[in-house]
Design a protein. Structure first.
Lengths: 116, 113
């Protein structure tokens, strides 16, 4: 158990709908990251927050947004869903925002999103 | 864009043998590398990391080797066990990229009993 908690574990929704994925980072971690894993794209970085502020942005669509709340949990909002958005969405967390030995990035178990 | 890639998509080894999983990276500015293990239906699990000022780092049954000259990373697993069967990803990042990890495509390790 990495200590990163994601809900829901599985979600099936229709095209055009909007969903919210929730993440609770490990205790003490200030950074939260969102990744998308699909069969044809592998693990793709979406966005990072550090202590409530957006720190880095990757290949995140404009239909997607995220935020990190004062209690450090984070939500990823996916709107106007398309079939191609079906994927496994991972949240990860780390203590700090820079890569260095000891600042390990731990992943949650993921949220399976199926758009039908 | 620059990316991290793997030479072998599938590696099959006999239980008890040593495994070597390779990874090539293209961003010369990368200075931090991580190996993750992902079992079916689970999230990536941290195995070991290494900074660019090191060329070798050892953990429990695992060793990561970094060759910056040829931009190559490898993960060695000693005495491979059935529980090691999983997909292994290398990931890299650069200090100026914050902690934005770029992942390779993954190598599936299959351990034969």
């Amino acid at each position: 158990d990495s200590g990163v908690t994601q809900t829901p574990k599985h979600l099936i929704t229709a095209t055009g709908q909007r969903v919210t994925l929730r993440c609770s980072p490990r205790s003490g971690d200030l950074s939260v990251y969102w990744y998308q894993q699909s069969l044809d794209q592998g693990l793709q970085f979406l966005i990072q927050y550090y202590n409530g502020e957006e720190r880095a942005k990757g290949n995140i669509l404009e239909r997607f947004s995220a935020q990190q709340f004062p209690d450090l949990h984070s939500e990823l909002n996916l709107s106007s869903l398309e079939l191609g958005d079906s994927a496994l969405y991972f949240c990860a967390s780390s203590v700090a925002g820079t890569g260095k030995i000891g600042n390990t990035i731990y992943f949650g178990e993921g949220s399976w999103l199926t758009v039908v | 864009g620059e990316s991290v890639g793997l030479h072998l998509p599938t590696l099959s080894v006999q239980e008890g043998d040593n495994s070597i999983i390779n990874c090539a990276y293209s961003n010369s500015a990368s200075d931090y590398f991580i190996w993750y293990k992902q079992e079916s239906g689970k999230g990536p699990q941290f195995i070991i990391d290494i900074r660019s000022n090191m060329d070798k780092r050892q953990g429990q049954r695992v060793t990561v080797l970094l060759n910056k000259t040829v931009k190559h990373l490898s993960l060695q697993i000693a005495a491979t066990q059935p529980g090691d069967s999983a997909v292994y990803f290398c990931a890299e990042t650069a200090y100026n990229a914050g902690n934005m990890l770029t992942f390779g495509g993954g190598t599936r390790l299959m351990v034969k009993p």
